[in-house]
Design a protein around this ligand. Sequence first.
Ligand code: LLP
Length: 454
Amino acid sequence: MLGLKAFETNRDIYSPNRNIAPLSSEINESGKLVVGGCQLSELAKKYGTPLYVFDELSLRTACRTYISSLKKHYPGDSLPLYASKANSSIAMCAVIASEGFGLDAVSEGELLTALKGGMKGEDIVFHGNNKSHNELKFAYKNNVTIVLDNHHDIELLKNIASDKNPAKLMLRFTPGIECHTHEYIRTGHLDSKFGFDPDDLKSVLEELKTYKWAKLNGLHAHIGSQIFEVQPHVDLAGVMADTLKIAQEIGHPITDLNLGGGLGIKYVKEDNPPSIEEWVEVISNAVVKACRERNLDLPRLMCEPGRSLVANSGLTIYKIGAKKIVPGIRTYLSIDGGMSDNPRPITYQSSYSACLVDKPLNTNCEKVTVAGKHCESGDVLLKDFFLPACKSGDFLAVFGTGAYNYSMSSNYNRIPRPATIMVADGFVELTQRRELPEDLLQLDVLPDRFIPRN
Ligand code: LLP
């Protein structure tokens, strides 16, 4: 199989998060880009653009690497959970459930999607810093573990859970650990809206002990996302083991320790995240060491990867349209999508890698800026990017879009969401159909008195 040498240094076949392009990417005899055995330009013509494409091989490889690494490096029980905020669809949940993962959901929508995708309630944890009564009721009824984030959760649950059928709970706290990632995606430092403040922990644990409706099984903390360092998770294991000890002394028979997600991925060639196995090894060793030092039995180890599981399995194909040359300044290439299907560049100034699907090797390049079609000057996906000469109608693949693209997409400018397909071994399956402009009108209501007369 031909690797995409233009993008891949250090190709790592078991760690999709260290490969910009999906693992099954190859260049065929005609020099065109193929993923999952399917030529991308053919998929674009058949399914239209923009188009989200998922490589099943990368997805399953990432899942299997998490599972096998936990088995190899952690001597106790373990359960990885998919942070479905990264990309929530019924098909995605079904694939990931079939690999033995549980799931983390943060809304009734994500819960419903996971259940429809075949995740069992007992393998789902429900997060959120402002869960509604209805969401909590739905989670409780479906045997989902609820992650207590604050006192409001406790107050609401008092009227939902019964002594006969206690709610299964985890407790989330702010561990006070800094990591170097974008400010908006850091959650573990003390000034955070998520989780109980450490100063509050002991009294909450004591309070929970007095409720028969509450069964506290686990502790949770999450320190951030797109993290390349491993030390913050080593520190986290220590902080969590301290809390585990306190909780057990208060009488909670805690079995689960959930260290959250956060492993980074390679968006551009300068990115050098740890591999999935390296990350799992580090957190496993850290938890084992922290527990031994405190004479604690090994808990069931949980983690919640989102991005590192799905991002590099996905890519987006766009069609290039208008070209505008601003002499001496910039050449703009406009594509048929943009900030509505990928809001990450405008939100976090994130960088991506891309290529022309029928001229994937970036040779004889010119500098261009790839702009979206929305009415915002900031709607730019790739700034000052090198691409071979291209014309209107050519297809562009942007890599690493499997996480936090569809899930954060919008209908800004009333632009319908793209379709999603999954490819493997030359087969294609539609997993989310393309929205149509008419779909966007479905929730609109026109009151009688606004109906135009004559
Ligand atoms: N667990 C919890 C409680 C989380 O809040 C998150 C992500 C994860 C797990 C998964 O983290 P991951 O493995 O994906 O890093 N929209 C941003 C990312 C926000 C992450 C929010 N929480 C982005 O596009 O970069």
